[in-house]
Unconditional design. Structure first.
Length: 71
């Protein structure tokens, strides 16, 4: 599909919505279950790495969205 078409942007927005929902579900459900199964992150190392990576990934999504809207 041509990225300049309205259909592409519609699909991208849908994918973005699904992605956000997936991340929210992981953070609110799956990670809690994982914590119960493997124990807490007493040093905060895992949480720090996750938050850093999350910010990076969200910036990439925002950048791609902005680039698509400019074209």
């Amino acid at each position: 599909m041509d990225m300049s078409s309205g259909g592409w942007l519609t699909r991208f927005k849908t994918l973005h919505h699904v992605y956000d929902h997936h991340i929210e579900e992981e953070e609110n459900e799956i990670f809690k279950k994982a914590k119960d199964a493997i124990g807490g992150d007493k040093t905060g190392t895992i949480a720090d790495k996750f938050e850093s990576r999350k910010k990076t990934e969200l910036k990439l999504v925002d950048k791609k969205t902005e680039e698509a809207l400019e074209e």
